[in-house]
Design a protein around this ligand. Structure first.
Ligand SMILES: O=C(O)[C@H](O)COP(=O)(O)O
Ligand SMILES: [Mg+2]
Length: 485
């Protein structure tokens, strides 16, 4: 930050101990270009490290720099390629941490490659010694860069058209127990849940091709169940067949087979990696299939407030990479997430243009250009008794998924599914009539349950199941004027 005299600069340069801020990675007067990628990091410098130098170091390490001056810089357009830390603000309520805004020239990134973007932005820099911790809070991805990605292969509008389902959230269930069922019993769960009123069932994140049930068995029994449920109900149904596997070849084989036996949707887990996700997205686009993404593994790096990557960034990357569904949190379920921050994740999936909204953790205006919309999925510890909260929080364009909340019903799976469908339809009707579903929700559910025994039983058995917030459910930060800039 401080100007240093030319001689000092030359001496340090010669000795190879230039500070990053002296090498051009701190430029407080820099005005980001419309085409720049901008990242905001939460940096927690080691004791005694100047936050400006820490921000410059992050800019350096995530773009062109190494630990010493290299003369080959001079062979490049280094002024253009250096990332520019241009703003450092204290994080409100967190005296050790700072928000550092860093701009990157678009030419630093290969078009249409999340792998390449992330190798810079979350590469070496997260293990960097001058920092105690580092968290990527948000990114502004310029339209010029967004346009290099295909985005969701199907998107919300076309998915609804294919399913012929409108004006309400979709309903799903994860087959339980997570592991151990044989193919035939697994198929029974799928059939009963779909027949009972759900739109979808799904494999759990860790169901692939284990000794107790090989993937072909699962696919065949599941599709038999889907076909029978469609015939009985007259509705289009689906089951997310998890094609996650050890290699791309295996995943393509499983996806091709799923398509050949009539599935409209396949599923992958986040743990397969960004390149594999993009490959599967291209496959889904070529084959007119909906692509569901389970965010398995994300909490290992999204949950801590001071280190890692915010899920809002993962959500942005996944919309670019091209998934049609993404698990985005439940607020009222078993997994962590506060309402304001979770709303930000949902908006990233569903808006064409997202204005800066710090209260939802959205640091930048973000256009998604022509990308289709990703359907967020609320899954993890939800049940029929929360239907009013779920509808109020997430609106219509969401899949509400009840695993235990369907299969744990005391009268069985079909009853669990019916309870969820009746609760949803009662709540949508009440909302459409202009009723205050948040406050009247429990009464609306109670009234509906008088005509639906499965719903009454569900409300009764889960009436005390609430997942209280824990300390990690706090918003990422409380916005103040200085952060808004
Ligand atoms: O993978 C998921 O989404 C969860 O396993 C859902 O299961 P639950 O509804 O029983 O929590
Ligand atoms: Mg699961």
């Amino acid at each position: 930050m401080n100007a240093i005299d030319k001689r000092d600069r030359r001496d340090r340069y010669a000795a190879g101990v230039m500070k990053y801020q002296d090498m051009g990675y701190w430029q407080p007067d820099y005005v980001p270009k419309d085409t720049d990628v901008i990242a905001v990091f939460r940096i927690t410098p080691q004791d005694g490290v100047d936050p400006i130098e820490a921000a410059a170091a992050v800019a350096g390490e995530s773009s062109t720099a190494t630990w010493t001056v290299v003369w080959t810089d001079r062979l490049t357009a280094c002024d253009k390629y250096r990332a520019k830390a241009h703003r450092v603000e204290p994080v409100p309520g967190s005296p050790e941490s700072w928000f550092a805004y860093i701009a990157y020239d678009i030419d630093l990134f290969e078009p249409g490659s999340i792998a390449n973007l992330t190798a810079s932005i979350i590469g070496n820099v997260f293990g960097f010694k001058p920092l105690k911790a580092l968290r990527l809070e948000d990114m502004r991805l310029p339209v010029a860069y967004v346009k290099t990605f295909d985005g969701p292969p199907t998107g919300i509008v076309v998915e609804r058209e294919r399913l012929d389902k409108f004006g309400r959230p979709l309903l799903g269930a994860t087959v339980k127990p997570k592991l151990g069922l044989s193919g035939r019993n697994y198929g029974r769960v799928v059939y009963e849940a779909l027949k009972g009123g759900l739109d979808f069932t799904k494999d759990d994140e860790n169901i692939n091709s284990q000794p107790f049930m090989h993937w072909r068995d699962r696919f065949l029994y599941c599709m038999e169940a889907v076909n029978r449920a469609q015939a009985v109900t007259g509705e289009i149904k689906g089951t997310y067949l998890n094609v996650t596997a050890a290699t791309m070849e295996d995943m393509y084989e499983r996806a091709e087979f799923a398509k050949s036996i009539g599935s409209c949707i396949v599923m992958i887990d986040l743990v397969i990696g960004y390149t594999a996700i993009q490959s599967m997205s291209k496959w889904a686009r070529r084959n007119d299939m909906v692509l569901h993404l389970h965010r398995a593994g994300h909490s290992t790096y999204t949950r801590q407030k001071s280190h890692g990557v915010s899920f809002r960034v993962i959500a942005k990357w996944m919309r670019l990479a091209g998934v049609d569904h993404i698990h985005a949190g439940t607020v009222v379920g078993k997994l962590e997430g506060d309402p304001a921050t979770t709303k930000g994740y949902y908006d990233i999936c569903r808006e064409d243009f997202l204005p800066q909204r710090l209260e939802n953790g959205i640091f930048f205006d973000q256009s998604f250009a022509s990308l289709r919309k990703t359907m967020p999925v609320a899954s993890g510890g939800i049940h029929a008794g929360q239907m009013h909260q779920l509808l109020d929080l997430f609106g219509d364009d969401v899949v509400l998924q009840f695993g235990g909340g369907t299969i744990g019903h005391p009268m069985g799976i079909q009853a669990g599914a019916t309870a969820n469908r009746v609760a949803l339809e009662a709540m949508v009707l009440a909302r459409n009539e202009g009723r205050d579903i948040v406050n009247e929700g429990p009464d609306i559910l109670a009234a509906a349950s008088r005509h639906c025994t499965p719903l009454r039983q569900a409300l009764d058995v889960w009436k005390d199941v609430t997942f209280n917030y824990t300390s990690t459910d706090a918003p990422d930060f409380v916005p103040t004027a200085s952060v808004a800039g």
